[in-house]
Design a binder for this molecule. Structure first.
Ligand code: PLP
Length: 441
């Protein structure tokens, strides 16, 4: 169904890409990026005209799918009226987006500072926490992802950290609860959550509460593996931080805006953070947008004292108009409820069944439209499996997953029709035979 014109434009774009585009996170010379010539709803079409089910939502951001007509129209209308305006001027799209976000976020997060994406939201949340508390250290989890800028990548746990002086950067790390690969020799979620909390309390004590401005945590860690925290863990972090005069920053950049089947991940546990970072799903990435939702208490610090920070495009009208239209569409079309239902009715049972039948599957976990399938060479040792061939097979059969280390992340748009979700899981079922062969061979 893709005409020769689009395909030839795609081939030209690919040549130019290889000649001139510098890609994220990659050694440039050996790259073989997929060309996309068309997108629609839960589907994308590649450079050969093949239709793929988009279980990646790209960077887990197209929560409303591709090309939602109401959002496209809102952007077009806004572009024709006021395409851009300085952050100092009042703008109706920005005001309405801030109102909607204040209404949806938990607790008294009643003010919004807009950024261009997730990493700068994290940067600004940390800056607010540091100024508000007068302290510098930021505690964050190994096994996390908070963004690609210097501070955000050093808050991020794991090997992507770049070699800067971490003491100067003012960051320290702790182990989050992750029952499948427990660092605490836990046998179940309850033990894992309890021991992870005790560990965090020790880290706080050893680092010194009087030096710590904030703990930043993804409510449900995304890129690091989609592991849902045990019941009680986030509530415990909230209690610990409050007791020690430390702010709690919830990073909802990936988990937020419906991905987990609630508006925000923290809503599953009734936790109210002091600062909440968002991006991605706020407008499904149709125009870059992120931000920090700010509690009344933190806001008070900047009521009389100027906030030391800003961006040319803070609250960009095109991005904010897209956010207003996106949130409205999500509400009108019940997308968050649908994500919850996809999780309990389709993903949960079906992935469990795939795990039972495929020896290469070590673990399946998630909620809402936010699932990880972890591939292992051996279920006992849990040694990671190289999944290059499995990913290629998925794509060949028409499924585009999000890939992280030895895991496939299944994170489709929240409004993906049931039959498309089932088709995607059928493809995965078939493709897993390739991974099973690698295990058995
Ligand atoms: N925080 C979390 C939890 C994320 O998942 C991401 C991106 O994946 C970021 C921050 C960084 O966002 P961005 O890539 O928009 O800078």
């Amino acid at each position: 169904e893709i005409g020769e014109e689009l395909l030839s434009a795609g081939r030209k774009a690919r040549d130019l890409d290889r000649a001139h585009v510098f890609h994220s996170w990659s050694a440039q010379a050996s790259l073989d990026p997929m060309t996309v010539v068309k997108t629609e709803g839960p589907h994308v079409w590649d450079g050969e005209g093949r239709k793929l089910i988009d279980f990646s939502s790209q960077m887990v951001n197209t929560n409303i799918g591709h090309g939602h007509p109401a959002v496209v129209a809102a952007i077009q209308e806004q572009a024709a009226r006021i395409a851009t305006i300085a952050p100092a001027h009042v703008n109706d799209a920005r005001s309405e987006a801030a109102r909607l976000i204040s209404d949806l976020t938990p607790g008294d997060l009643n003010h919004v500072f807009f950024t261009n994406g997730g990493a700068d939201a994290v940067e600004h949340a940390v800056r607010m926490a540091r100024v508000h508390t007068g302290k510098t250290k930021i505690l964050s989890a190994y096994r996390s992802y908070h963004g690609g800028t210097d501070l955000a990548i050093n808050i991020t746990g794991g090997a992507r950290r770049i070699p800067v002086d971490r003491a100067a950067a003012g960051t320290a790390h702790f182990l989050p609860p992750f029952t499948y690969r427990s660092s605490f020799h836990a046998e179940d979620d309850a033990q894992e959550g309890q021991r992870a909390l005790e560990h965090l309390e020790q880290v706080i004590t050893l680092e010194g509460p009087s030096t710590i401005a904030a703990v930043i945590l993804e409510s449900v860690p995304g890129t690091a593996g989609i592991f849902v925290p045990p019941a009680g863990y986030l509530e415990g972090v909230r209690e610990l931080t409050r007791r020690h005069g430390i702010l709690f920053i919830a990073d909802e950049v990936m988990a937020g805006f419906g991905r987990t089947g609630r508006w925000f991940g923290v809503d599953h546990w009734g936790v109210e953070p002091d600062l909440l970072t968002f991006a991605k799903g706020v407008n499904s990435g149709y125009v870059p947008l992120g931000g920090v939702a700010i509690s009344d208490e933190v806001y008070q610090t900047f009521a009389e004292t100027p906030y030391p920070g800003g961006l040319t495009y803070s609250g960009h009208p095109l991005a904010c108009a897209a956010a207003v239209a996106t949130i409205t569409a999500m509400q009108e079309e019940g997308m968050v409820e649908n994500a919850a239902r996809l999780g309990t009715e389709i993903f949960g049972p079906r992935l469990q069944e795939l795990k039972d039948r495929h020896p290469s599957v070590g673990d399946v976990r998630g909620l809402g439209a936010f699932w990880a399938v972890e591939l292992v060479q051996d279920r006992t040792t849990k040694e990671p499996l190289d999944i290059g061939e499995l990913v290629a097979e998925c794509k060949k059969l028409g499924l585009l997953p999000f890939v992280a280390e030895n895991r496939l992340h299944l994170t489709p748009p929240l409004n993906t029709p049931d039959e498309v979700v089932r088709q995607g899981l059928d493809i995965l079922d078939q493709a897993l035979e390739v991974a099973d062969r690698a295990v058995q061979g």
